[in-house]
Design a protein around this ligand. Structure first.
Ligand SMILES: [Fe+2]
Length: 197
């Protein structure tokens, strides 16, 4: 798969990658412990900033692969001002989405168990969460879904995303009358102007 090298210092990138689990998470640290280790990395002085011009290439949302390991994948995501994703899940993987710079708003949903097709699909809305710099959202429920957007319209945001394995597909959810419609998406890593994470 193509991947643009993330514009982060090699030392910072190595520090982040060193925290990723080498074994399935259920055999080692808890999700919370992993998130705390990643927050330590996010507090380092060389943590990449959203206004680094190396991230912006036009006005599009951008995803940069940091590492793809058997039991974890790490991405940096750059959010243009005001940019928001559709509602999506994460291929049943656990995940940590940690804001490195700026602020994200996460609108959360629970996909009704057993609802796998277009008919009868129901997403239960949960409260939204605001994530300032250094804050993270953790999830390990396979039915977890969310939409994220940059809280600000006058500045970009940057976030670190870690998932419990290669995120090679996800479902995108759209309202369809009183219910929801679902489509499967395979994300492109170099640039995904209409993508999610
Ligand atoms: Fe996501």
């Amino acid at each position: 798969m193509n991947a643009t090298p993330a514009p982060a210092s090699p030392a910072w990138r190595d520090a982040a990658i060193a925290r990723l689990p080498a074994v399935p998470l259920e055999d080692g640290r808890s999700l919370r412990e992993l998130a705390e280790a990643l927050r330590d990395v996010a507090r380092q002085p060389d943590t990449p900033r959203a206004d680094d011009r190396a991230f912006a290439d036009g006005d599009g949302y951008r995803r940069f692969l940091l590492a793809r390991l058997p039991h974890a994948e790490a991405l940096l995501i750059w959010w243009p001002p005001g940019y928001g994703t559709p509602v999506h899940d994460h291929d049943r993987l656990w995940g940590i989405e940690l804001v490195l710079d700026g602020m994200l708003v996460v609108d959360e949903y629970a996909v009704q168990a057993g609802a796998t097709g277009a008919e009868g699909l129901h997403l239960e809305r949960r409260p939204s969460v605001r994530l300032p710099r250094g804050a993270a959202r953790l999830f390990d429920d396979p039915g977890y879904a969310h939409a994220c957007h940059n809280a600000f319209f006058d500045r970009p945001a940057l976030s670190l995303h870690v998932y419990g394995g290669p995120l090679e597909r996800y479902r995108r959810f759209e309202r369809d009358g009183a219910g929801w419609r679902v489509s499967e998406v395979r994300p492109a890593l170099v640039r995904d102007a209409d993508g999610t994470a």
